[in-house]
Design a protein. Structure first.
Length: 268
C-alpha cells in the first residue's frame, strides 16, 4: 500500500510545485499541485494528523508544513504575511537533485512551538467552547476582519445558515454574505458544502464556511465548482492563525534584541 511521503521526501516536490506555479503560490495551490504530481490517492490525502486528532490538519498537510519550514530555514523559499510562499531564486527552473544541508535544530524547535500552541488552541475551541460561545467567537472574528451588521442566526434553525453579515472590499464595495461555523472534529465533506449551498439559495451568492476541523479535497473542489455560488473556506489551521493575527485570545510576546553599532559612533 502506498504511504504518505515523509517531510524529507516532500522537499523537492514543494520546490517543483512552486516552479510550476510560476514561482509563488498559496498553501492550497502548492498542496494541490503536489497531490497531482505525486499521484497521491484520495484515501491518503484525507487521513487526519495522527498526533492531533482534534485539530484541523490532515497528515499530509502536517508533513508539508514541516517541509516548507525546512526549506525556508535553508533559504530556498520565503513566505509573506498573507500566506503566499515563493521561491527565493526564480531563475532555477529545475529542482532535480537538490540536496539540502543538515537542518538546524532551531528550525525544528520553532516548528514544535508553533505546533504546540496551534494544537492547544484547536483543542480549546473544540472541547472547551460551547456551540453558542463558538458562534460568538466567529461573530467577533468577522467583525475584527471588517464585516459589519454581523448577526448569528444558527440557534433559530435557519436551514444550515449560522449567520450573516456585510463584507467590504477596500472600504468601498460591499456585498452580503452568509456563513456557517461548524465546531467539528474531523473532516468536512463535499456533502456538507452542498447542503450549505442549498441553504444559501435566495439569500446571497456568497458564502463562508468556518470549521475547527478540515476540508476534504472533494469539499474544496465543491466549494469552487463552476456554475455555482462560491463558498470561501476557513479550516481549523487557518482559523487559529487568524485568531493569533488578530490577538483574539492569543498573546504574542516579542523579545527585544539590542546591538551596538560601533561604526555609528566612529562617524560622529
Amino acid at each position: 500500500m502506498k504511504k504518505i511521503p515523509t517531510r524529507e521526501q516532500l522537499l523537492n516536490p514543494v520546490l517543483q510545485a512552486l516552479v510550476e506555479l510560476g514561482g509563488s503560490g498559496s498553501i492550497e495551490e502548492i498542496n494541490e499541485k503536489i497531490i497531482i504530481n505525486l499521484q497521491i490517492p484520495e484515501e491518503l490525502v484525507n487521513i487526519p494528523h495522527i498526533k492531533n486528532k482534534e485539530g484541523g490538519q490532515t497528515e499530509l498537510e502536517y508533513q508539508l508544513a514541516w517541509s516548507r519550514t525546512m526549506l525556508r530555514s535553508n533559504g530556498y523559499i520565503t513566505n509573506s504575511k498573507r500566506g503566499i510562499w515563493a521561491l527565493v531564486d526564480n531563475s532555477n527552473t529545475s529542482v532535480e537533485g537538490i540536496n539540502l544541508p543538515k537542518i538546524q535544530l532551531s528550525a525544528y524547535q520553532q516548528e514544535d512551538l508553533e505546533e504546540n500552541w496551534k494544537s492547544k488552541l484547536q483543542k480549546i475551541l473544540i472541547e472547551k467552547l460551547t456551540p453558542d460561545a463558538f458562534e460568538r467567537l466567529i461573530q467577533r472574528f468577522l467583525r475584527e476582519k471588517g464585516f459589519s451588521q454581523v448577526e448569528v442566526t444558527g440557534r433559530s434553525g435557519d436551514g444550515g445558515v449560522d449567520g450573516k453579515g456585510i463584507a467590504k472590499i477596500n472600504g468601498i464595495l460591499s456585498f452580503h454574505i452568509v456563513f456557517q461555523c461548524k465546531k467539528y472534529q474531523g473532516a468536512v465533506s463535499a456533502g456538507h458544502i452542498r447542503d450549505f449551498r442549498g441553504a444559501m439559495v435566495g439569500r446571497t451568492d456568497k458564502g463562508l464556511f468556518i470549521t475547527t476541523g478540515y476540508f476534504t479535497r472533494d469539499a474544496i473542489k465543491e466549494a469552487t465548482r463552476d456554475g455555482t455560488p462560491t463558498i470561501d473556506l476557513i479550516d481549523g489551521e487557518k482559523l487559529v492563525e487568524k485568531l493569533k493575527e488578530l490577538n483574539l485570545g492569543v498573546n504574542v510576546e516579542l523579545i527585544e534584541k539590542i546591538s551596538i553599532d560601533e561604526k555609528w559612533f566612529e562617524g560622529i
